[in-house]
Design a protein around this ligand. Structure first.
Ligand code: A3P
Length: 300
């Protein structure tokens, strides 16, 4: 597992980051680390954990729809970032994720991008349920690159080629994609973890929603499952201001050139990777993913 040292922290993609136990984390979240570490979980908390850009918002909306009995009006009660608070979130002049969560009635839905080794212990002590969503490394790279350009608080990603190189090395917020997906995979049977893949959700959302229902021990009719599939489709979510982050001002998230709900595809990386970049990526990937039986599909 990559464990970074301070000497990389001057890199452009790590500006505004701080190392927390060797992992680059946004300075605000790092400042609040003690509160995150001491977070008091509840046994009926449901955590949606991902490496950034793996489909967090999508699965958050699906899970909230499940808890709202498939009623889209109930899901429109608030924005996704209030309905599913972001555990380690902290930026100036806003309540932190921990503060928002503290006052939420159960069952709480919690979003996090933390690698498994940084998760507050109390989640495991309370046997809280975690739905981990993983997406193939190449589509995440592209999505993350566009996201860096949208979020004002994120470092400037620079040109695509340089960003891709930093991403491969894990010199980005939340560190190495490889370590993140492997870390959660290795512990999936030790804790209460349902490990899902973005590509599977794209392929057959109904099947994946059924897996979530079984994991959450909730019964639901086929009719309602179909409603959830419809309401959480890319097109529906793109036009839904309660999930597309359009409620955030441009000074925080600038959606003038690309939108948060950008393309929502499996295999879009092919439009951005050059042949040389792809070869280099594959060679590096092989080295970093050897010794695991965790497999990804880069297209469906
Ligand atoms: P793209 O940038 O490839 O379009 P996260 O929520 O983890 O930040 O992930 C965002 C990515 O998930 C974006 O990917 C976004 O378009 C995609 N996404 C969000 N909702 C989706 C949906 N309903 N179906 C498919 N992809 C979705």
């Amino acid at each position: 597992m990559s464990h970074f040292d301070e000497d990389i922290m001057d890199l452009p993609t790590l500006k505004t980051m701080v190392l927390v136990h060797g992992i680059p984390i946004g300075a605000g979240s790092a400042e609040n680390w003690e509160r995150v570490e001491e977070f008091q979980a509840r046994s009926d908390d449901v955590i949606i954990a991902t490496y950034p850009k793996a489909g967090t918002t999508w699965v958050s909306e699906v899970v909230d729809m499940i808890y709202c009995g498939g009623n889209p009006e109930k899901c429109r009660r608030d924005t996704i970032y209030n309905r599913v608070p972001y555990l380690e979130f902290k930026i100036p002049d806003m309540p932190t994720g921990v503060e928002i969560l503290k006052d939420k009635p159960s069952p709480r839905l919690v979003k996090t991008h933390l690698p498994i080794q940084l998760m507050p212990e109390s989640f495991w002590d309370n046997k809280s349920k975690v739905i981990y969503v993983a997406r193939n490394a190449k589509d995440v790279a592209v999505s993350y690159y566009f996201f860096h350009n949208m979020v004002k608080a994120m470092p400037d990603p620079g040109p695509w080629d340089t960003f891709l190189d930093s991403y491969m090395k894990g010199y980005v917020n939340y560190g190495s994609w490889h370590d993140h997906v492997k870390g959660w995979w290795e512990k999936r049977y030790e804790y209460n973890i349902l490990y899902l893949f973005y590509e599977d959700l794209k392929e057959d959302p109904k099947r994946e929603i059924r897996k979530m229902l079984q994991f959450l021990e909730i019964d639901m009719s086929e009719d309602i499952i179909e409603k959830i599939v419809y309401h959480t489709s890319f097109e529906e979510m793109k036009n839904n201001d309660m999930v597309n982050y359009k409620t955030l001002p441009n000074e925080i998230l600038d959606q003038t050139t690309t939108t948060f709900m950008r393309k929502g595809l499996a295999g879009d990386w092919k439009n951005y990777f050059t042949v040389a970049q792809n070869e280099k990526f594959d060679e590096h990937y092989k080295r970093h993913m050897s010794g695991t039986n965790l497999c990804f599909r880069t297209e469906i």
